[in-house]
Ligand binder design. Structure first.
Ligand code: AMP
Length: 629
């Protein structure tokens, strides 16, 4: 079958297509209806079926590969290595699940996981899945305010955390940030479970905080059966940034997600049971959820979890791991490759990479020089994936499990099966043809694995994602794109104020709110500016309450440092702008809207575009002067 036939089947007859794909996982009770789309845009997949993500990821493989590696952990930060077989992982998950139950966690409760890349994080996620608790993993690079707002929104009964993480040899304490986050949140978790790695001392709150090692020791022989969940029950919440200051909880189901991942392992990643999958992402991101934790294990593969950077102890570390663990499928981000590109290309050919079939890259635009450099250096196919936290698995790529559709430089590829991708005019909603720029949209229903709704806010789900294209209730990706005559898509950047720094999605609004909280700042604007390494970086322009506060260059430097420290402390280093400049006014329209695209253009040395609505054109010159220093 060709890919185009396979794809057409998925769009023309989703029920029969997905009924077939659903056979890739175990069901405790068969579903009675493949798709319930009676209340659009909400799609409910595999209605009536019961299953469990942990069962499909672990228990299901026990009869055939209990003694085979399931979770391979390598930390070049702490020089640790641990390999857990499927059998051992099964045991650890039950201990963790028993500990969680002893702390009062029951089906449907939220458990927030704020952890570095250690095995216990994966064990905790799978333990939640096992007992039907809903996990919400928060990236360890977020600081107290980001974490606090997520605690408040998810209202977890339990938070699982660790004393600290380590990044490039520097210990990052987690507990003080967590304590501050809980202080800031109106909701208080009833328990905090601490994994003590012995990296950094921390204080404990008696009655609330518990030591995992001690509780684990009391549950060594725990047997915790899988709880069979409705396919449409919620498996997890993962927060992502949008155009408001309030992050959205992307809510995912159980059965649809399991089927989508099992299917993608076969058709897109071409991974086989017994092989090793290596994703360099972090469990705090959607790639980590789908392709460090659930996808590889559901596919019966070992997953390699790596705590460390791509260049320590040297720029060959990733490839050394590929050789040692005979990785067959690897997944990374363009930024990681651009970091490697600054080092000698000989690192790419130093190790035996014969096991590796393909390298998948995702999360941000893959520029052609980076793609060619890594593909030449490794001598392996490089496959770009375009997707979003909301979709859970790729919207655009090539499915080499179906046929060998060629890749095309600069394009992530073709619409994946199940995704009815459209290019639409943002003003008229009209369908566009080849080589016309439009908004990338997805017609209903969203396929299995995509978000069910925004946690606790169905209205926000409909309003945010399905109401932006005139005349059509379609899902907007908020990305500009263009399609060539052969159907390959090219991504041209976001239509909204979301920026992408090193593959991490950030809302400029959140950063602006943080900068505005500095007492000297009256107002500010943050934009994403092209950067050769990170794709984009955030740049801020702030108007001060008292311009005299930044009169001298020494004043400006000190104030910039103070403003950046606020962002660092509230949101985390990940959200800290590369620079904050002080100006007397911001370019705005006469109705008071900040002209972000013009600001961005000026920062990138481009023409600022249509300025007919600008209130005071001198504001752009002020920006140029500030940038010139
Ligand atoms: P996130 O939800 O954090 O994964 O961010 C999703 C956004 O990242 C998308 O809406 C795109 O703007 C961008 N993105 C992800 N993958 C790609 C890709 N392969 N090429 C271009 N942009 C991408």
């Amino acid at each position: 079958m060709t890919y185009s036939e396979f794809y057409r089947h998925s769009i023309d007859d989703p029920a029969s297509f997905w009924a077939e794909e659903a056979k890739r996982i175990d069901w405790q009770t068969p579903f009675t209806q493949v798709l319930d789309d009676s209340r659009p845009p909400f799609a409910r997949w595999f209605v009536g079926g019961t299953t469990n993500l942990c069962h499909n990821a672990v228990d299901r493989w026990l009869p055939t590969q209990a003694d085979k590696p399931a979770l391979i952990f390598v930390s070049t930060e702490t020089d640790e290595e641990r390999i857990l077989t499927f059998g051992e992982l099964h045991g650890e998950i039950q201990r963790m699940a028993a500990v969680m139950q002893s702390l009062g966690v029951v089906r449907g409760d939220r458990v927030l996981i704020y952890m570095p890349m250690v095995p216990e994080a994966v064990i905790a996620m799978l333990a939640c899945a096992r007992i039907g608790a809903i996990h919400s993993v928060v990236f360890g690079g977020f600081a107290s305010m980001s974490l606090g707002s997520r605690i408040e929104d998810a209202t977890p009964r339990l938070v699982i955390s660790a004393d600290g993480g380590s990044r490039a040899g520097k210990v990052v304490p987690y507990k003080p940030l967590l304590d501050e986050a809980i202080r800031l949140s109106a909701h208080k978790p009833s328990a905090v479970l601490m994994i003590n790695r012995g990296l950094t001392p921390f204080s404990s709150e008696p009655g609330r905080d518990h030591d995992y090692a001690a509780l684990r020791a009391a549950h060594l022989d725990a047997l915790v059966p899988v709880v069979w969940l409705e396919s449409t029950d919620t498996s997890y919440i993962l927060y992502t940034s949008g155009t408001t200051g309030r992050p959205k909880g992307v809510q995912r189901d159980v059965g649809g997600y399991a089927v989508a991942l099992a299917s993608s392992m076969k058709h897109i990643y071409c991974g086989n049971p017994g092989e090793t999958y290596f994703s360099t992402s972090d469990i705090g991101w959607v790639v980590g959820h789908s392709y460090i934790v659930y996808g590889p294990l559901i596919g019966g593969m070992a997953t390699l979890m790596y705590e460390g950077t791509p260049i320590r102890p040297d720029a060959g570390i990733l490839w050394q791991l590929v050789e040692r663990f005979k990785v067959t499928v690897m997944f990374s981000a363009p930024t990681a490759i651009r970091v490697l590109k600054k080092h000698d290309a000989h690192w790419l050919s130093r190790y035996d990479l014969s096991s590796l079939r393909s390298l998948f890259l995702a999360g941000e635009p893959l520029d052609e020089p980076t793609s060619s450099w890594i593909s030449d250096g490794l001598g392996k196919p490089i496959i770009d994936n375009y997707w979003q936290t909301e979709t859970g698995w790729p919207i655009l790529t090539v499915a080499h499990g179906i046929d060998n559709t060629p890749t095309r430089l600069g394009s992530p590829g073709l619409p994946m099966y199940g995704f009815d991708v459209r290019l639409l005019d943002e003003n008229t909603g009209e369908t566009l043809g080849p080589n016309q720029k439009g908004v990338i949209a997805i017609a209903q229903p969203l396929p299995p694995g995509c978000m069910q709704t925004v946690w606790g806010d169905d209205e926000r789900f409909v309003k945010t994602y399905f109401s932006s294209i005139p005349g059509h209730q379609v899902y907007s990706t908020f990305d500009w794109g263009v399609r060539d005559a052969q159907g390959y898509y090219f991504i041209l950047g976001r239509t909204d104020d979301v920026i992408n720094v090193a593959g991490h999605r950030l809302g400029t609004r959140e950063i602006e709110e943080s900068i505005n909280s500095h007492p000297a700042v009256a107002e500010c604007a943050v934009v994403g500016v092209a950067d050769p390494l990170k794709g984009q970086v955030a740049i801020g322009f702030a108007v001060l309450r008292d311009p005299a506060a930044a009169a001298s260059s020494a004043d400006r430097l000190a104030l910039e440092g103070a403003v950046l420290a606020v962002v660092n402390q509230q949101l985390g280093a990940i959200a800290r702008p590369a620079r904050v400049y002080f100006v007397n006014l911001l370019p705005k329209t006469r109705s008071g809207k900040v002209l972000r695209r013009s600001i961005q253009a000026v920062c990138e040395g481009r023409d600022p575009g249509d300025l007919t609505t600008i209130e005071d054109a001198s504001a752009l010159n002020a920006l140029r002067e500030a940038l010139a220093g």
